[in-house]
Design a protein around this ligand. Structure first.
Ligand code: PGA
Length: 248
């Protein structure tokens, strides 16, 4: 089954609003590709100017985080209705930096996945193992558990539109990429888990990205694998290289 490729930039805590607009303009011609979904997941304060800057192009806007309530006394948080009104279509949920630095657990991540779907946002739901788990050889069990927890009470029809990002923590921002075979092994396993939890049609539809030091040099090989449908790109999404990844 042909799945549409999705290449998403995760800008993390980079780019002021004016820098964000400048980057959109720099990338505009480089990321043109009608066969790929291109997404910029940007800091909350950049969402409005980025949505304006990419208007009329093939680029979709994503958020890096949100909270599960629509409004109220949640100092510092941003809600799904706020994101929707600003033109956001995708939201990263469960990134390892949110888990490790900000203490997000799989219960909250599952609540966020539910809330995103209920709000008409497409989750880019992240999973991945630490170096210790990779070395211990227990990474597959770990990832399987993350997926099961994070998808609790999510329906097959919802999962068909979901994006899952496999991001081995040891490859994030380190310059060390999983080999294409290592990435494919886990992405294939994730699809099998979805087939077990739901059915084959759902597993065939869900899009699975690899993330972790993906760059202009290694993207084509990673993306050539049958179970890797795209990438979640940090460092290289802030440079013209991102265009090469989109067109890899
Ligand atoms: P990286 O980050 O491409 O800089 O390794 C990927 C991510 O954390 O999404």
């Amino acid at each position: 089954m042909a799945r549409r490729r999705i290449i998403a930039g995760n800008w993390k805590m980079n780019k002021t609003p004016s820098e964000a607009v400048a980057l959109c303009n720099e990338l505009k011609d480089l990321v043109k590709n009608d066969d790929v979904d291109v997404v910029y997941c940007v800091p909350a304060i950049d969402i409005v100017p980025v949505a304006e800057a990419v208007k009329g192009t093939n680029v979709h806007v994503g958020a890096e985080n949100f909270y599960i309530e629509d409004k109220g006394a949640f100092t510092g948080e941003i809600s799904a209705p706020m994101l929707k009104e600003a033109g956001v279509e995708y939201v990263i949920i469960g990134h390892s930096e949110r888990r490790d630095i900000f203490g997000e657990n799989d219960i909250l991540i599952n609540q966020k996945v539910k809330k995103a779907f209920a709000s008409g946002l497409t989750p880019i739901m992240c999973c991945g193992e630490s170096l210790a788990l990779r070395k211990a050889g227990t990474y597959k069990e770990w990832i399987a558990r993350q997926i099961k927890w994070d998808l609790t009470d999510i329906t097959a029809d919802q999962v068909k539109t979901l994006v899952i990002a496999y991001e081995p923590i040891w490859a994030i921002g380190t310059g060390e990429t999983a080999t294409a075979d290592q990435a494919e092994e886990v992405c294939k396993m994730i699809r099998e888990i979805i087939a077990d939890l739901y059915d084959q049609a759902t597993a065939d539809a869900v899009r699975i990205q690899y993330g972790g030091s993906m760059n202009a040099g290694n993207a084509a090989e990673l993306l050539s694998k049958p179970n890797i449908d795209g990438g979640l790109i940090g460092g290289a999404s802030l440079k013209p290289d991102f265009g090469q990844i989109v067109n890899a």
